[in-house]
Design a binder for this molecule. Structure first.
Ligand SMILES: Nc1ncnc2c1ncn2[C@@H]1O[C@H](COP(=O)(O)OP(=O)(O)OP(=O)(O)O)[C@@H](O)[C@H]1O
Ligand SMILES: [Mg+2]
Length: 304
């Protein structure tokens, strides 16, 4: 399969600071690929290299299986982490302007502007000056501007930061629609649940290196547990001690202990294993991206 985006052993250093180390991955047609990692991990640097804003020190980027020429870049749509719009123009005027940069004109351009405004839920704000849009609306308009020319590769750097729940779900729909229509999508996020729900494959980036990648099923293998028991108790130390006695791996979760169960067990059986300790709650849950990231990056998780 031809990769819409191919990143091959890309490295980048800023002065003394190594931002990316031999990073490689590919994104296929119709695939949503998520990059997750803490602040400073190198996500935006990678995106800047993928869209030729920055040159790598080493390694290559290919688009649609070929060289990343200006023509190939014309089929890439990017919404950067910082919203970049003309604040004194209206929503529609902004999109008209960006569409003209992509070479769209006439009725085709007008149609794409209307469609993209509607896709991000701003059809009733077409005449509003950008500086009078709320922050979340500006971010949505910024994403609409990246999609005007129906790109083969859509790159969204933290597209849902600051968006309310409904807007976030709308952007997820936009991303899925683009992929369903054959685009490859590269998205970064700090919301691990979002990455889990939205992405076909996820790359975990830590200090400039891709420490793991794959589907959620593949990533789960990095945590040697069939399931997790999240146990809340008055005395969490007692829960940890019992887990140690039972030979079970455990990690500190938010105000609870996450116990790794080597095989799936009934709630009754788990509770029985911790009998004699005053338990507040026991929840069984599958291993999530949160646990995988914590395991692979030494505990630094979502900061979003
Ligand atoms: N132009 C630059 N000059 C010097 N250092 C830079 C530059 N751009 C990025 N860096 C450094 O490279 C590293 C990676 O930064 P980058 O912006 O790629 O991280 P990120 O993963 O996008 O983080 P965030 O989640 O905060 O957006 C950081 O240490 C950052 O300080
Ligand atoms: Mg960034």
């Amino acid at each position: 399969m031809t990769a819409v985006l191919g990143v091959d052993r890309v490295s980048k250093t800023f002065g003394e600071r190594r931002a990316l180390s031999e990073l490689s991955f590919t994104i296929g047609r119709g695939e949503v690929y998520g990059l997750v990692g803490p602040n400073g991990a190198g996500k935006t640097t990678l995106i800047n290299i993928a869209c030729a804003v920055l040159a790598p020190d080493a390694g290559t980027v290919t688009l649609n299986g070929g060289a990343a020429t200006p023509d190939a870049h014309a089929r890439v749509g990017v919404a950067s982490q910082e919203v970049a719009l003309y604040r004194d123009l209206t929503s529609e005027q902004n999109l008209q302007f960006f569409a003209s940069l992509y070479g769209l004109n006439g009725e085709g351009r007008a149609r794409r502007v209307r469609t993209c405004l509607a896709e991000v839920g701003l059809e009733d704000r077409s005449d509003t000056t950008v500086s009078f849009l709320s922050g979340g609306m500006q971010r949505r308009l910024h994403i609409a501007a990246a999609m005007l020319h129906e790109p083969h590769l859509l790159i969204l750097d933290e597209p849902t930061v600051g968006l309310d729940r409904e807007s976030r779900h709308r952007i997820w729909r936009v991303v899925r629609d683009a992929a369903d229509h054959g685009a490859g999508v590269l998205v970064t996020t700090h919301q691990l649940e979002e990455a889990e729900a939205l992405c076909h494959r996820i790359g975990i980036i830590h200090e400039g290196r891709l420490v793991a990648e794959g589907s959620m099923d593949e990533l789960r293998r990095h945590v040697a547990a069939a399931e997790l028991a999240i146990i809340d108790a008055g005395d969490l130390g007692a829960v940890r001690d019992r887990a140690d006695q039972l030979g079970l791996t455990h990690r500190t979760a938010l105000a609870a202990v996450a116990v790794w169960l080597p095989e799936r067990q009934s709630l009754d059986r788990v509770a029985a294993s911790f009998s004699g300790i005053e338990l507040r709650s026991v929840t069984l849950k599958p291993v999530g991206l949160e646990e995988v990231v914590a395991e692979l990056t030494g505990g630094r998780q979502s900061e979003g």
